[in-house]
Design a protein around this ligand. Structure first.
Ligand code: ADP
Ligand code: MG
Length: 329
């Protein structure tokens, strides 16, 4: 007799949750991306209790009763079918792990209704086990309510940072998603206060709503997005917002391409404000490197660097004096 055993589902889900749901912000990111994959045009996020209690409602396509029961199972996804699909992704999700992971470490309630259904369905789950299924009268779309995140994993709970830190990360996450999806209205309420709201009326309105008029008027549009002039440089690299195929990514290659593109115009220790949206054939990138999908691998990284660098150099170089550059929105 050997000593190796296959772990029980409920144990393996908690282990997976350790990677997917690091904190309330990463949980919210997963749920938002599901709403976006479901073609929602309006998403409302309400947060309480340091991010341990979260309700997210969307007006997306919704789920049938059968799908609702499956969505919190591990490796249950409607987004990919075979291994080729992994390298040909057009959705945020594909692992089929997020809801299973979140459910396994929380008390969850989901209601959902599709357009074609008369009534919606409500399910409740405790640590990933369904405790109640019933019909409900709700609007089309999906609402996911999480209560007491990490209630059954005290070690994880201990690692939560102080309230203001968790709230800061949540706001940053929602901001990044709303910037990438300017045709979707987002609202974020924390402890009953509205901290962010976009109307879903295009990129310029979204920039205005997220960053204010001063940023908007100091931005220049260029083929890959928007570049800030020297009036709005920052002392941190966090204002270079880079997206690949609509997905926020942190990439040293992209950061370097942007900074190099501004070349000598930047003073030491200052970084540009930039919003870059790259569209790359999904076959040329691998987002599978980390469960949070924040890291991306380019198969042609020098090509990506050169493309971004030269577009920025061109856009910046066109302006004799980029300090006084003003946009005419
Ligand atoms: P993935 O997004 O990788 O497929 P998830 O665990 O995040 O895995 O979600 C599982 C499945 O549940 C999704 O594939 C989708 O079919 C369904 N789902 C989740 N959230 C929503 C939503 N807001 N609206 C409609 N369907 C959803
Ligand atoms: Mg998902």
């Amino acid at each position: 007799m050997g000593v190796i055993k296959i772990l029980d589902e409920s144990v393996s889900n908690i282990i997976a949750a350790g990677e997917v749901v690091e904190n309330p912000a990463s949980m919210i990111k997963e749920i938002l991306e599901n709403s976006l994959d479901a073609k929602s045009t309006n998403i409302r996020i309400q947060v309480k209790n340091s991010g341990r209690d979260v309700t997210i409602s969307d007006n997306g396509v919704g789920m049938s009763k059968d799908d609702l029961l499956l969505c919190i199972e591990r490796h249950a996804t409607s987004k990919i079918f075979n291994k080729e699909d992994i390298f040909n992704l057009y959705t945020y999700g594909f692992r089929g792990e997020a809801l299973a992971s979140i459910a396994s470490v929380s008390k969850m309630r989901i209601t959902s209704k599709r357009e074609s259904d008369e009534l919606g369905t409500e399910i409740k789950a405790l640590a990933g086990k369904v405790t109640k299924v019933s019909p409900v009268s709700v609007n089309e779309g999906t609402e996911i309510e999480i209560k007491e995140l990490f209630y059954n994993t005290p070690a994880r709970l201990k690692f939560l940072r102080k309230k203001s830190t968790e709230y800061g990360k949540i706001k940053e996450t929602v901001l990044k998603e709303s910037l990438a999806n300017p045709n979707v209205g987002f609202s974020l309420e924390i402890d009953g206060r509205e901290l962010l709201k976009t109307s879903g009326k295009g990129i310029q309105n979204t920039i205005l709503e997220l960053f204010g008029r001063n940023v908007l008027k100091n931005l220049k549009e260029f083929p890959l997005g928007f570049l800030g002039n020297l009036e709005i440089t920052r002392s941190s690299k966090d204002y270079m917002h880079t997206y690949v195929n609509g997905r926020y990514v942190k990439s040293q290659i992209l950061e370097k391409a942007i900074i190099d593109g501004y070349y000598t115009k930047l003073t030491k220790g200052r970084y540009p404000f930039a919003i870059i949206f790259l569209e790359i054939d999904p076959k040329e990138i691998d987002v599978n490197v980390h469960p949070s999908k924040k890291i991306v691998k380019f198969s042609e990284s020098s090509f990506v660097y050169n493309q971004v660098f030269s577009e920025i150099e061109k856009a910046i170089g066109e302006d004799e004096d980029i300090v006084s550059l003003e946009m005419s929105f």
